[in-house]
Design a protein around this ligand. Structure first.
Ligand code: OGA
Ligand code: MN
Length: 292
């Protein structure tokens, strides 16, 4: 079987088929997936009923796994393997959580435009989200292409942002959402990471506008100017023509490159179950070379 690709959007994102991801893939297939990721940045696979083990095996083909904020929160979770990230509104008891639960706070934070783990160094390369149970309404995931966002900048803004870097902080979105009761110990566990706003995407050699809600401060600017510029850049990056909306079906696996895209979840009825499972790869030098 060989990888087949069907573009889903004029700018980026493709539907991928022709491989069975529940089985180990060959090095040649992994290389083909990497090449497709470098072109499309988001790949949608339909009908891939992966077990937890199969999803972990597939993900680790591409590099070491990243568990993001789990290091800080250390909450008991119902998923069978701690390398999996539970993107759901369901608790340890198997019940849908209350709207004001910590679980839903994470879901709300995921509804703001972000790049996974941009507050860490190394940051995240690929994330892979697999749909298990879906609500009857809403809950789509949207993606925006940051290479197209850079290309579409006007010359003046391009010159302004070129030398700038931003500090990305793990708890910034939580604090924005009114959740600020963190211990000093928790805060220390997550020192901010600094990334250039104009960066080069390693896989395609194209420039990216690396913005998102984890960016709490542009270095060397007043907080007010920094916040306004950042929100303006996020608005630009997520203009409709640069956004692909994924409408989930059970058994989908969507892979995206966090170094080239932003994403956000969309609203859904919090009383209904929504259960997805994520694996994320750290952007370490060996990660993508492992299959090059
Ligand atoms: C994620 C995420 C959005 C969603 O899993 O990293 O941001 O739609 N998810 O659940
Ligand atoms: Mn995310």
């Amino acid at each position: 079987m060989t990888l087949e690709l069907k573009p889903l959007h004029p700018v980026f994102a493709a539907e991928a088929s022709g491989l069975d991801l529940t089985r180990p893939i060959t090095r040649a297939d992994a290389c083909a997936i990497n090449a497709a990721m470098n072109r499309y940045a988001v790949l949608v696979w339909r009908g891939q009923p992966l077990t937890a083990e199969q999803q972990i095996r597939f993900a680790t083909t591409f590099g070491p796994l990243d568990i993001g904020l789990k290091r800080v929160f250390k909450r008991p979770e119902r998923l069978e393997d701690e390398r999996l990230i539970d993107i759901s509104n369901v608790g340890m008891d198997g019940a849908v959580q209350k709207p004001d639960s910590p679980k839903n706070l994470s879901n709300f934070a995921n509804q703001l435009w972000h790049s996974d783990s941009s507050f860490m160094n190394p940051r995240a390369a690929y994330s892979m989200l697999h749909a298990l149970v879906l609500p009857s309404w809403g809950g789509e995931t949207q993606f925006a292409d940051l290479r197209a966002a850079y290309d579409a900048l006007d010359a003046r803004t391009r010159a302004i942002v070129e030398p700038l870097s931003a500090e990305h902080y793990a708890l910034h979105t939580r604090i924005l959402l009114g959740d600020d009761a963190y211990t000093d110990e928790q805060k220390k566990l997550m020192p901010p990471a600094v990334w250039p706003i104009v960066d080069t995407h390693p896989g395609s050699g194209r420039k990216v506008l690396f913005v998102g809600v984890h960016a709490r401060q542009i270095i060397g600017m007043s907080t007010a100017e920094s916040r306004l510029l950042m929100s303006d850049l996020i608005e630009h990056a997520t203009e409709r023509e640069r956004v692909y909306t994924h409408r989930w079906e059970v058994g989908d696996l969507v892979i995206w490159d966090n170094r080239a895209t932003l994403h956000r979840g969309r609203r859904f009825d919090l009383g209904e179950r929504r259960e997805l499972r994520r694996t994320t790869i750290n952007d370490t030098p060996e990660a993508m070379l492992a299959v090059a």
